[in-house]
Design a protein around this ligand. Structure first.
Ligand code: F6P
Length: 332
């Protein structure tokens, strides 16, 4: 183990900060814990920044030791709290954020968040801050990594809801539209829909054909299926209640809508999310210790990767079409 504050290359960073930003995601706490404890192991002083970039601007910053993150690995949300900072988007707010890092002598920063938060991290990088981004969002909409922290838990929460709804849906011989989150990304819908045996999955990446939806529902009924589940991503270009009205009008079937909403964002993180959070949180600190920054850490095919932040944010997500097509076949 290198001497305190200095690694074997003589790189001399003393203090690092960590913040969570944007929508909270299960596993963010596990990730902060990994940053704090790997930080302590490497001899850094670690500072927790509250409420994302808002807390950075306000100087809501406190030192965190290994015991301060005890009992956090199993908790959803983020004990550092989070925000979608408008002030950070302004020139003045951004400047104050950079100055605050200097005031606190924080030389390396770990940002845990989604697209917007990592775009903020890229801005800091351009201003000369040594920053490492980590993917914390339930949406799984960051193309540079196979999975984001929180996605697996959100999928499992949606899956639990689908299973419960299926019971009542079958009892009443109904069609139920279950709306899941994900912004413009259909991954939560595809993963929970496929594993929940949904008859129909609707995602923003694929066109919605009302005629085909109605035909599928009628065919399913004729084939003897008592009920049908439609899992619809929130980013699909038709409102769930309008979809309900259209299906009812065109088929005469009994349709209900269940919008899962924020229930998907909370809850204890799954083992997969805790693993991902722990591995990526620790890696971010190791990279800073090696003098590497301006990158976003993720995993591809099981390997940990750290592309440059700008490149990572420009990558295009792989199409969901193969899983989408598989789900259709398995719903026969
Ligand atoms: O990005 C995570 C997410 O939960 C999206 O799935 C959803 O569209 C959005 O955040 C909701 O944001 P807010 O918490 O600001 O309502």
């Amino acid at each position: 183990m290198p001497g305190r504050h200095e690694n074997e290359r003589g790189f001399n960073m003393k203090r690092i900060g960590v913040l969570t930003s944007g929508g909270d995601a299960p596993g963010m706490n596990a990730c902060v814990r990994a940053v704090v404890r790997m930080g302590a192991y490497k001899g850094f002083e670690v500072f927790g920044i509250e409420r994302g970039y808002d807390g950075l601007i306000a100087g809501d910053i406190k030192q965190l030791g290994p015991r301060d993150v005890s009992g956090t690995i199993q908790r959803g949300g983020t004990f550092l709290r989070t925000a979608r900072s408008e002030a950070f988007q302004t020139k003045d707010g951004f400047r104050r954020a950079v100055d605050m890092l200097e005031n606190f002598k924080i030389e390396g920063l770990v940002v845990i968040g989604g697209n917007g938060s990592l775009t903020g991290a890229l801005g800091l990088k351009k201003a000369g801050v040594k920053v490492v981004g980590l993917p914390g969002t339930i949406d799984n909409d960051l193309a540079y990594t196979d999975y984001t922290i929180g996605f697996d838990t959100a999928v499992n929460t949606a899956l639990y809801a689908i299973s419960n709804v299926r019971d009542t849906s079958a009892a009443h011989e109904r069609v139920t539209i279950i709306e899941v989150m994900g912004r413009e990304c259909g991954d939560i819908a595809v993963y929970s829909g496929l594993t929940g045996g949904a008859e129909i999955i609707l995602v923003p990446e694929e066109p919605v054909d009302l005629g085909e939806i109605c035909r599928t529902l009628i065919e399913s009924r004729n084939k003897g299926k008592a009920s049908s589940i439609i899992v619809k991503a929130e980013g699909v270009d038709i409102d769930s209640n309008t979809l309900d009205d259209e299906i009812t009008k065109r088929t005469g079937l009994d349709v209900k809508v269940a919008i899962l909403g924020y229930i998907q964002r909370g809850g204890t993180p799954t083992a997969s999310d805790r693993m991902l959070a722990s591995i990526l949180g620790a890696k971010a600190v190791e990279l800073l210790d090696e003098g590497i920054s301006g990158v976003a850490v993720g995993t591809v095919g099981g390997d940990v990767v750290w592309p440059e932040l700008g490149k990572a944010l420009k990558m295009k997500k792989k199409t969901v079409a193969p899983l989408f097509d598989l789900a259709k076949i398995l719903a026969l």
